[in-house]
Design a protein around this ligand. Structure first.
Ligand code: NAD
Length: 266
């Protein structure tokens, strides 16, 4: 790569759940390295179009958006195929869309269990199943599954999320073995706490429950799980994904990579 050249110029990246939080941070980092982007996720149409334009103009790459619902297998396959059709291929697949629901098992709503498993685990299977043939025929691809520290350890009241994220790491390992000599690597990224809308909802609920101000709740949330009392940033996770797309990372595959302030080490 010539100096000044961007590492992902000419590549196409699809990041599911990239209208917000970690997925948006990852999309920004991949686009900053020259990748054309397919955005996905929910949100208000005008805000998403403003985001699409801002990224395209700011990063100088092509940016498209598709609102496929990650609970619907046919829509997920359609998202992959539309990415290939509109942007000319799919080289980097980041399975990031995710939701949370907290309750003890005995009162966990069955419909929420099904939704968490569908979006956080099954959607990655459906997207990989659709994307792998194109990657193997090119002899190059990167699949990054955004798992969690909860893919490695459990926490009370998060049965569906913990089960989905452990499952996602298992799925990552199987895909890595199947694709080992194809030029396609498959890895899982396991963040600790990242201050996104998904976590803000948990902070707000806890502040209301305990009658504490939000800064006190942030500190309590961080320190009960993480040795490091600091949030990981979406850009930090994006930087790790960019590294996984690099030549230096070509033999990293099947790995759950922690970026968690020491959570899984404790
Ligand atoms: P977020 O709520 O900010 O963003 C989630 C994204 O997924 C949004 O773009 C949303 O529109 C999209 N989404 C949700 N349901 C969808 C559906 N059915 N179809 C399509 N898109 C859908 O959440 P986040 O914190 O950025 O989380 C992103 C990923 O990172 C998730 O997989 C989450 O489990 C994981 N994660 C988050 C943290 C954290 O502390 N925030 C820690 C570890 C792992």
């Amino acid at each position: 790569m010539a100096s000044g050249e961007k590492s992902l110029s000419g590549k196409v990246a699809l990041v599911t759940g990239s209208t917000s939080g970690i997925g948006l941070g990852i999309a920004r980092c991949l686009g900053a390295q020259g990748a054309d982007l397919m955005l996905n996720g929910f949100g208000e149409a005008g805000s998403i179009e403003a985001l699409r334009t801002e990224l395209a103009e700011g990063l100088g790459v092509r940016v498209e958006y598709d609102g496929a619902d990650m609970m619907q297998p046919a829509q997920i396959a359609g998202l992959v195929h539309r990415t290939q059709a509109t942007l000319g291929g799919l080289d980097v697949l980041v399975n990031n869309a995710g939701i949370q629901h907290t309750a003890e098992i005995k009162e966990f709503p069955v419909e929420r269990w099904d939704a968490v498993i569908a979006i956080n685990l099954s959607a990655a299977f459906h997207a990989m199943r659709a994307a792998i043939p194109g990657m193997t025929s090119k002899g190059w691809g990167r699949i990054v599954n955004i798992a969690s520290a909860h893919g490695l350890v459990g926490s009370a009241q998060k049965s569906a999320y913990v089960a989905a994220k452990h499952g996602l790491i298992g799925l990552t390992k199987v895909a890595a073995i199947e694709l080992a000599n194809s030029g396609v690597t498959v890895n899982a990224v396991c963040p600790g706490w990242v201050l996104t809308p998904l976590v803000q909802a948990q902070l707000d609920a806890r502040a209301a429950r305990d009658g504490l101000d939000i800064e006190a709740v942030k500190h309590a949330l961080l320190t009960e799980k993480q040795p490091m009392a600091q949030f990981t940033t979406p850009e930090g996770i994006g930087g790790l994904v960019v590294f996984l797309c690099s030549e230096a990372a070509q033999t990293i595959t099947g790995a759950p990579l922690s970026i968690d302030g020491g959570w899984a080490a404790a």
